[in-house]
Design a protein around this ligand. Structure first.
Ligand code: GAL
Length: 641
């Protein structure tokens, strides 16, 4: 079913309701054109009321009802929230914060990722679920845990970290060298002295290499935690896809996506919060393109908000359908909600839901959900269709961490995230699909590779970029690139480090300053940064006009092998980026439906033989289709052609 029929439905918590409500849910689900329910995410204490006292009856009945009503189940393992009895009996399952204080049983995602008892309990519960429901015809996919995030600083995790560090660095001498411990007398004389970093002023925050190592360790520890359950599932139900839903960003998702069968993502763009803020539309597309880019395959949109909570700015009519079509046209094979029905109490009782506390089907939210379900049925051919982007943009979590640690450059609102989106926007404005990828992914499928602010060069990346250009690719990078290696260790010899040869330049100083340049016969003001560089073979396309470095290169292009490598010394506004990338897209032969930007806030995407034209702006826009026909796309609306 996955990749053939769009999944439409969402998180369902029948354990909070009685059988009459379940029957009503089945009736309503059909009216809403919903075909899938995700069950079990936080259900552990309802499945095992006390240690060893199981209660699967309610879930058995839900599976029965789903089958009777022709619906499918995404079944979650409940490890995102351990039951209270477990925290009481085995306190080691609770998380310890960076102050080394063990937390009380609370909220959710409050478990230790290392605890052997927790892992054992998770594997046992997973086995029970897989044995009981593995052959159930309703089961369509496994949803392991929920939205991994955070870290635990208990002694078990510290010990695991020491083991990870030993494995990576082999000798203390090597570790001391790579972490630069001669600085401020931070030398390690024994492995046992290694401990997790802490924010200022509690503990160690000044060692950038330790900071990156801790984040990297936690990403890998999470993968290991995932596999503890996924391995059991794969042993019992080898044919059912296994995923785990991605949400927060302080994580190296690449390592998780290597072990899931299909990427899934929870998306909460609040287009309604600031009507007319087209950035939110662009940002949501960016994230979908990342989810697809991670594996260069369609993904599952596992959660999104079907309506706005009371007392917040309400989603305007039309935006819900546009949000759905945006995800689907970017490669999602589903459109799933959090949540199906509003809970009666606690933290998410007023969260958006398909069925509100009034229980009605004639609400605006319910009607829009139902329309989405109908549209998904009508465009079934699009499901599973690949998107073969010719452009890739590197967004690297590890690079992100490196930049965050660097105490020198003035980041704030000019953050890495914003720089990356500035380079993504010219493609979005023209409806060109971009695979957003980590730097370790293959570059071969692409004609254009963009890597804004590639501060940290992971092993082999510069070599692969060089190969990509040599073989005819077009590469673009910017200021503040090629400074450190994967340990956050300075690349000596100067920036842009191992990319100097392919770029044919050398950077000397990086100024935080506005300036101006000439490009394509026009004058442009630059933003935020000005990199003072020297050409070492690259053609100088533009020079800076002001300051003591007036006349020094501001934009260069190096011909290398049969390709080209551009270096942009400054940040630029949208108009310049449209102009620069407009020329580059043509020059590199990238397939584009439009040779100029669409009206502000409008984007389009092609998938499965259909064209989706979406308007995220608060006003209607006229759009000329590639066929020459003129259409009007209303505020927050989509046309599918
Ligand atoms: C998600 C989470 C859901 C629900 C939702 C509310 O991040 O997975 O369980 O809490 O947020 O927006």
């Amino acid at each position: 079913m996955i990749g053939q029929t769009f999944l439409h439905g969402g998180d369902y918590n029948p354990e909070q309701w009685d059988e009459d409500t379940w029957l009503e849910d089945m009736r309503l689900a059909k009216l809403a054109n919903v075909n899938t329910m995700t069950v079990g995410i936080f259900s552990w204490s309802m499945l095992e009321l006390k240690e060893g006292e199981y209660n699967f009856g309610w879930l058995d009945r839900i599976f029965e009802l789903l089958n009777e009503n022709g619906m499918k189940a995404v079944l979650a393992t409940p490890s995102a929230a351990q039951p209270r009895w477990m925290s009481e009996k085995y306190p080691e399952v609770l998380r310890t914060d960076y102050n080394r204080v063990r937390q009380e049983h609370k909220v959710r995602v409050n478990y230790c990722l290392t605890s052997p008892i927790y892992r054992q309990k998770c594997a046992e519960m997973t086995r029970l679920l897989a044995e009981r429901y593995g052959k159930n015809p309703a089961l369509v996919m496994w949803h392991v845990s929920n939205e991994y995030h955070g870290d635990c600083h208990c002694e078990l995790c510290q010990e695991a970290f020491r083991g990870w560090v030993k494995e990576r660095y082999k000798t203390l001498d090597n570790l001391n060298e790579k972490w630069g411990t001669a600085f401020w007398s931070h030398y390690y004389s024994d492995w046992s002295e290694i401990r997790s970093p802490q924010p200022w002023p509690a503990g160690e925050w000044s060692m950038f290499s330790l900071g990156v190592a801790w984040k990297r360790f936690n990403s890998e520890l999470t993968v290991d935690f995932f596999l503890n359950e996924a391995n059991v599932i794969r042993e019992i139900t080898p044919d059912i896809l296994v995923t785990s839903n991605i949400h927060t960003w302080d994580f190296n998702w690449r390592v998780l996506t290597e072990v899931v069968d299909i990427v899934s993502y929870d998306s909460y763009p609040r287009f309604e919060a600031n009507e007319g803020d087209c950035f939110r539309g662009l940002n949501a597309s960016f994230k979908y393109d990342y989810m697809r880019g991670l594996k260069r395959k369609p993904f599952i949109l596992m959660e999104n908000n079907p309506s706005s909570p009371p007392g917040t700015k309400l989603r305007r009519p039309g935006y819900h359908i546009t949000k759905a079509m945006q995800a689907v046209s970017a490669g999602s094979d589903s459109f799933m909600y959090f949540q199906w029905r509003n809970g009666k109490t606690s933290n998410e009782m007023f969260h958006g839901a398909v069925v509100n506390h009034d229980g009605r089907s004639d609400t605006r939210a319910f009607q829009e959900v139902s329309k989405v379900g109908k549209i998904l049925e009508d465009i079934q051919d699009v499901c599973g269709a690949p998107i073969e982007a010719e452009v890739a943009l590197i967004y690297d979590e590890e690079n992100h961490w490196g930049i965050e640690f660097a105490t020198s450059a003035r980041w704030d609102e000019r953050s890495y995230d914003n720089q990356v989106r500035d380079h993504y926007r010219p493609f979005w404005n023209r409806g060109i699909a971009v695979d957003v990828i980590p730097s370790v992914n293959d570059f071969a499928p692409y004609k254009v590779l963009v890597a804004p602010v590639l501060y940290m060069l992971l092993p082999g990346v510069a070599e692969r970029i060089t190969e990509f250009v040599k073989n005819g690719g077009t590469f673009v990078t910017t200021f503040w690139s090629g400074y450190v290696d994967d340990d956050n260790y300075a690349i000596t010899g100067g920036a842009p480090g191992y990319m100097s040869k392919v770029l044919g330049i050398r950077s000397e100083e990086l100024d935080a300053c506005e300036n101006a340049i000439e490009f394509n016969g026009k004058s442009w003001n630059t933003l935020h940064f000005a990199d003072i560089i020297h050409s070492e073979g690259a053609e100088v396309i533009s020079t800076f006009k002001n300051e003591f470095y007036a006349g020094s290169p501001a934009l260069t292009c190096n011909s290398y092998g049969s390709g080209k490598a551009y270096y942009m010394c400054a940040a630029h506004d949208e108009n310049f980026m449209n102009e620069f990338y407009g020329g580059l897209i043509k020059d590199a032969g990238v397939r584009a439906l439009y040779d100029r930007p669409l009206p502000k806030g409008v984007t389009c995407r092609e998938r499965g033989g259909k064209l989706f034209v979406m308007n995220f702006a608060p006003v209607s826009h006229e759009v000329t289709l590639p066929s020459g026909e003129m259409i009007v796309v209303g505020a927050g609306q989509t046309k599918i052609i």
